[in-house]
Design a protein around this ligand. Structure first.
Ligand SMILES: [Zn+2]
Length: 411
């Protein structure tokens, strides 16, 4: 299928015919990431790798540090730091950027930084309704190039072919060696990057990570879209280390971070709250066969249909009388579903990601007030609920975080 490119100055490649990928460039960086705690303990044989990650992480977050600065911040010895830095320079990951320009006595220290332009990352978001989006990012997470492909109703191998096509288009747009390809996929994804089940794309037991790695010859990390979004929010959105990101789109999913570690669950499905039945008062039939699942109250197609029907039935449709009650109802059901989770895990923050026209305002207000009604105030007084600040790029950025963490140990 042909790939169409649009001029880089085009700011918004909103819609393209099915099967056409479009590209443009947009530069927007995000703040240096914060530490994401590895979820496994450090073994003695991993100490060198751990120290290497510490040095990289310190430089990634602060940049322009001397070897002595790094030693102080990491509490490693000067000798260890010098040794690690020599290796990182030889690997092309770290560069010397010149002497520190200050008036301290003696020979000025040489400042170091991650070589932020030396490699690039490809991030893909396969979670949006009928469109796959992707970008080329630098190591700071700045988006250098974008591409998207309209998937339409394609599923199965046809949808997989579109992932290949989009990746090819992005690989062709890179201007530096590729550190890795990160992919946020809908559905249940296991730690080996196998999409166990993504019904909307007709994928089951699809080894997407291995297939992409074979085809393109780069390291590939495939993870669940809502988890990728949670990582992005933690690394670049300033989120708390005990947080839940609720991603509302075609379906409803979530990513849970506890003490800075991503929760995976016993069958890799932690955070899959979309098909939890809310309350006992019925509700609409769900695609899964149950009635009143959170998705039936909150998913974008359901909300849009409910609002359209109410507006058509109203004589004088106003936001206050027609739309707001529907959004409040959705928010109340979200609050009911989240209260036991907040109570059990003592979360500090809930972050919503999805269309702001639905989520912001009455829906979010009703969700937080329902949460407060249903949890113990003195235990959860600090709990906040807010929209993500990362907008539509949250999964792409999360996919880049997965690559940074997997390849360099930084986030
Ligand atoms: Zn359901």
């Amino acid at each position: 299928m042909p790939v169409t490119q649009v001029p880089p100055q085009d700011p918004a490649p909103a819609q393209f015919p099915a099967g056409k990928a479009a590209l443009n460039a947009k530069a927007e960086g995000f703040r240096y990431g914060r530490i994401l705690r590895p979820s496994t303990k450090v073994l003695p044989e991993d100490v060198r790798g751990h120290n290497r990650s510490l040095v990289l992480q310190t430089l990634y977050r602060e940049s322009r540090l001397s070897r002595a600065d790094i030693a102080r911040r990491t509490r490693l010895t000067r000798v260890t730091v010098s040794d690690l830095v020599a290796d990182l320079i030889a690997e092309g990951l770290v560069i010397e950027i010149g002497p520190r320009a200050d008036a301290r006595p003696g020979k000025p220290a040489t400042l170091l930084d991650i070589d932020r332009g030396a490699s690039q990352i490809i991030g893909l978001d396969l979670s949006e309704f009928r469109i796959f989006r992707g970008a080329v990012l630098d190591l700071d997470g700045k988006i250098l190039e974008r591409a998207e492909i309209v998937v339409g109703a394609a599923t199965g191998t046809e949808a997989t072919a579109m992932v290949f096509e989009l990746t090819e288009a992005l690989v062709a747009r890179t201007t530096a060696p590729i550190l890795g390809i990160g992919v946020g996929s809908p559905g249940v994804v296991n730690p080996s990057g196998v999409v166990v089940s993504a019904p909307n794309l007709g994928w089951s037991d699809l080894p997407l990570q291995a297939t992409l790695a074979d085809r393109f010859g780069f390291p590939v990390i495939v993870g669940n879209d809502a988890r990728a979004a949670a990582l992005a929010e933690h690394s670049f959105g300033g989120a708390d280390s005990d947080m839940m990101l609720i991603k509302v789109g075609h379906g409803v999913g979530s990513g849970l971070l506890l003490h800075g570690s991503l929760l995976l669950g016993s069958s890799d499905a932690a955070g899959e709250i979309g098909h939890v039945v809310v309350g006992t008062d019925g509700g609409d039939a769900c695609a899964c066969g149950k009635r009143g699942c959170l998705e039936t109250w909150l998913a974008v197609p359901r909300l849009a249909a409910r609002i359209a029907a109410a507006e058509a039935a109203a004589e004088h449709p106003s936001f206050h009388d027609v739309v707001e009650p529907i959004l409040r109802d959705a928010g109340r059901h979200l609050g009911i579903a989240l209260a036991p989770v907040v109570g059990a895990l003592n979360l500090a923050e809930i972050v919503l990601s999805g269309p702001t026209r639905f989520l912001e305002g009455p829906l979010a207000d009703e969700a937080i007030s329902t949460l407060r009604e249903r949890t113990m105030t003195e235990l959860h007084s600090g709990l906040t609920l807010r929209m993500t600040t990362l907008g539509d790029d949250i999964v792409i950025r999360g996919a880049a975080v997965m690559v940074l963490f997997e390849r360099l140990g930084v986030s």
